[in-house]
Design a protein around this ligand. Structure first.
Ligand SMILES: [Zn+2]
Ligand SMILES: [Zn+2]
Length: 633
C-alpha cells in the first residue's frame, strides 16, 4: 500500500493487501459483535466495498466467537461458502423448501402446492405440521426439512435465508449477521384483485367476525356497526390474531397469510380517506404522504407497516423480523444506506462503520485488485425505459472497447436496452456492419445479476446506462422509512426527491451501477467502462472521468464518405479527393475533415504543398464515431 503506516495498513501488511483487507473485514465484523455483547454499541452496519471478502470474513468471525450465531444470505452459493468455511461441530444449514423437502424436490404433485402455499405466506414448517397426514415426505418419520429445522434450535451456528430471521426462536440469544441487504425479503406486494380476494376469502371463513366482505369492513370507517359488528371489534379481533390463524389463510388458493393485515389496513386506510375529505387527520405523517405523494400509510398493532399506492391500488405490507432477542446484530453491505436498512430489519438505530478509509479504498481497488474504472459520459443515461438509449454511442463504445482490448467484451445494461441494442436492428445503416453483437461476448441486464458470478475474472467489461425503477418504488421505499420522496423538476444527474443525500434514489440507481461494475474482475484486475455518471461517491473518486465532456463524437455522412474513399481509392491531394464521385461535400469541408482524421492518427499529411494525404490506420477507423477515452491522471 502506498498509504502510510498510520493508515488502514501497516507496511508489513501492505505486502499482501488482499489478505490484509480480508482480515480487516473480519476484525471489523468481530469488533461490531463484541461491542454489542459488552453493551458499548447498538446494531452495526459494516460498510465494506465489494471485493473485500465479506463472506470469508463472516466465516472467520463465526469460527472465532463462542456465542451462538445466525448467518443469513439470499444466495445458496453464499450459504454454501459459509458452510464450507465454518468449522463447527454443531452447524446447521437451515432448510430450504426447494432443496430439502423431497415432496418438492422429487416433483410430487403436492410439491407445487406446498411451494405456492409458502409463497402465500405459510412457513414450510407450519405446512409440514398442518399437512402431516397428506405429505409423502412425512410418511416415514419427519421430512428432512422438519428434522433439520428441529435440530437448529440447539446448534451453535445457523446458516440460512433472511426469512429464517423471522423466527424469534432462531434469533433468541444469537449473534445475527446479515451477509447483505435483505432487500424485499420481509415485504409483500398485492394488486387490487389479490388483496380483495384474500381479504374476502378470509372474512368468509372467519367466524369471529360476522361480516363477509372487505367493503363492509371499509364501511365501518363511517358507520357505527354492520350486523352487530363495529370498527372496534375488527380492530380488536384482527389486531391480536394468532400466527396459526394467519398462516392457515395461505392454504387456500387466493388466500394469503397477510389477509388479516390487508383487512385491518383497509379499515384504517378508509378512515384516512374520510379524514382527508374532512380535512382533519390524526396522523400528520400519513397526511403528508396522502396529500403530497398519493400514498396511504398505516402502522398496525403487531408492528407491521402498510403502504398503499392510491393510484395503482398496489398494497405493500412489511413485516420485519423481531430481532429484540438477538445478542448482536450486524449488517454487511458493499453499498449500504442506513436509511434503507433500518426499517428493513426492524431496528431503530444502526451504527455505520466503514471498512478502510476513503483513500485506502481507492488504493486497494486500483493498485491491489487492479481495477481501472473509465466513465464515458457525464449524463445519467437512464436506460430503464429504453427510450434514452443512444444506439450510435453504444455501438461506438463497444466497438472502441473491443478494439482497444482486442477482444469481445461482456456487457451489463438494462433489460430494455439489451433488447433494443442486441435483439433488434439498430437505427442507422452504418450500425449494422459489422453488427453490434460482434463486439460482445455476452450481455446481462441489471435485473438478472444477483446470483451470477459469470463475469468474475473478466479483464474488461462495459456497463451501459443506469437503471431507474420509476418514481413509485422510490416513493414507497422511502415512505416505509419515514421519508417523503417528492420528485423535483431536475432530470438525469439533477434528479432529486427532496431527501438529503438521496439515499433512496442512490440505492436504486448509483448502488446498482456499482454492483454491476464489480461483477467484472473481482478476483483479478479489470478495466470497466461505465457509460453513466450515476456512481456512488466512493467509486466516482477512483474513476477516470471525461475532462471536457465528449468521449464519443458521432461522425456525419461527409466524414464517413472521406473515410470510405480513403479506404477504397487511397490518398491523394485534397482537390483530387474532393473530386471523387463518392464525395459530395465542399472542398473546405474536405480539408477540415482530413485535418480531423490527421489528429486522430488515421491519415498523414506531407510536409510540402500541395499536401498529399496518405491513409495511415484508416482500415480500423470507426465509421460511426470518434471515441476518446479519458486519459490517465
Ligand atoms: Zn486508510
Ligand atoms: Zn417435506
Amino acid at each position: 500500500m502506498s498509504a502510510p503506516d498510520s493508515c488502514c495498513f501497516t507496511t508489513r501488511e501492505a505486502e499482501r493487501p488482499q489478505e490484509a483487507v480480508w482480515r480487516r473485514c473480519a476484525e471489523e465484523i468481530q469488533t461490531a459483535v463484541e461491542d454489542q455483547l459488552t453493551g458499548e454499541s447498538g446494531p452495526v452496519l459494516v460498510d465494506a466495498i465489494p471485493t473485500t471478502g465479506k463472506t470469508h470474513a463472516t466465516a472467520r468471525v463465526a469460527n472465532a466467537i463462542d456465542d451462538p450465531i445466525l448467518l443469513v444470505s439470499h444466495l445458496h452459493e453464499t450459504r454454501d461458502t459459509l458452510v464450507r468455511e465454518i468449522d463447527s461441530d454443531t452447524l446447521v444449514r437451515l432448510p430450504a423448501l426447494e432443496r430439502d423437502c423431497p415432496t418438492v424436490t422429487d416433483e410430487h404433485p403436492l410439491g407445487e402446492e406446498l411451494t405456492n402455499q409458502n409463497a402465500r405466506g405459510a412457513s414450510p414448517y407450519f405446512l409440514h405440521q398442518r399437512r402431516r397426514d397428506e405429505l409423502p415426505c412425512m410418511d416415514d418419520g419427519d421430512c428432512s426439512y422438519v428434522k433439520r429445522r428441529d435440530a437448529a434450535v440447539d446448534a451453535d451456528v445457523l446458516v440460512g435465508h433472511p426469512t429464517h430471521a423471522l423466527s424469534e426462536e432462531l434469533v433468541e440469544g444469537r449473534v445475527v449477521i446479515f451477509d447483505e441487504d435483505p432487500g424485499d425479503a420481509y415485504r409483500t406486494q398485492f394488486n387490487t384483485a389479490q388483496r380483495t380476494q384474500a381479504a374476502n376469502q378470509f372474512l368468509q371463513g372467519y367466524d369471529q367476525l360476522d361480516v363477509s366482505r372487505v367493503d363492509q369492513v371499509k364501511a365501518l370507517a363511517s358507520l357505527d356497526e354492520i350486523d352487530g359488528v363495529g370498527a372496534s371489534d375488527v380492530l380488536e379481533t384482527l389486531g391480536s390474531i394468532g400466527e396459526s390463524a394467519r398462516q392457515t389463510e395461505a392454504l387456500e388458493e387466493g388466500g394469503h397469510a397477510e389477509a388479516p393485515s390487508i383487512t385491518l389496513a383497509a379499515l384504517e386506510l378508509q378512515r384516512q380517506a374520510l379524514q382527508e375529505m374532512a380535512g382533519d387527520f390524526d396522523d400528520p405523517y400519513a397526511e403528508d404522504l396522502r396529500q403530497n405523494l398519493g400514498l396511504g400509510y398505516v402502522e398496525l398493532p403487531d408492528g407491521t407497516t402498510v403502504v398503499e399506492d392510491l393510484e395503482s391500488e398496489a398494497l405493500y405490507i412489511r413485516r420485519p423480523p423481531d430481532l429484540s432477542g438477538a445478542a448482536a446484530i450486524v449488517g454487511l453491505d458493499g453499498t449500504p444506506r442506513p436509511a434503507v436498512w433500518k426499517g428493513r430489519i426492524g431496528v431503530d438505530d444502526l451504527v455505520h462503520r466503514q471498512l478502510l478509509c476513503d483513500e485506502c479504498r481507492g488504493t486497494y481497488l486500483t493498485e491491489h485488485v487492479g481495477y481501472e474504472f473509465i466513465q464515458t459520459t457525464e449524463g445519467a443515461n437512464p436506460y430503464s425505459s429504453g427510450q434514452h438509449v443512444n444506439d450510435a454511442q453504444c455501438y461506438a463504445l463497444l466497438e472502441a472497447a473491443s478494439k482497444n482490448h482486442d477482444q469481445q467484451v461482456p456487457v451489463i445494461t438494462t433489460k430494455k436496452a439489451q433488447t433494443r441494442l442486441f435483439e433488434s436492428s439498430l437505427d442507422g445503416p452504418h450500425l449494422s456492419d459489422p453488427s453490434i453483437s460482434s463486439f460482445v461476448t455476452n450481455v446481462r441486464h441489471y435485473g438478472d445479476l444477483r446470483s451470477s458470478n459469470e463475469f468474475e475474472g473478466e479483464s474488461v467489461g462495459i456497463v451501459l446506462g443506469s437503471p431507474h425503477p420509476g418514481d413509485a418504488p422510490i416513493k414507497v421505499a422511502a415512505a416505509f422509512e419515514g421519508y417523503l420522496a417528492q420528485r423535483g423538476d431536475g432530470r438525469g444527474m439533477d434528479l432529486d426527491y427532496g431527501i438529503a443525500d438521496h439515499p433512496f434514489l442512490q440505492h436504486f440507481r448509483e448502488d446498482k451501477v456499482a454492483q454491476a461494475v464489480f461483477r467484472f474482475g473481482r478476483s483479478s484486475p479489470a478495466t470497466v467502462y461505465i457509460h453513466t455518471a450515476a456512481l456512488p461517491d466512493w467509486l466516482a473518486a477512483v474513476t477516470r472521468r471525461p475532462k471536457d465532456g465528449t468521449i464519443v463524437r458521432t461522425r456525419n455522412d461527409g466524414e464517413r464518405s472521406i473515410i470510405r474513399t480513403l479506404r477504397e481509392e487511397g490518398g491523394g491531394e485534397e482537390k483530387d479527393i474532393h473530386a471523387r464521385e463518392a464525395v459530395e461535400i465542399g472542398e473546405r469541408q474536405v480539408r477540415k475533415l482530413l485535418k480531423r482524421l490527421d489528429k486522430e492518427g488515421l491519415v498523414d499529411r506531407s510536409d510540402a504543398q500541395p499536401y498529399q494525404w496518405t491513409p495511415e490506420d484508416i482500415g480500423s477507423a470507426s465509421l460511426v464515431a470518434e471515441v476518446c477515452f479519458p486519459p490517465k491522471g
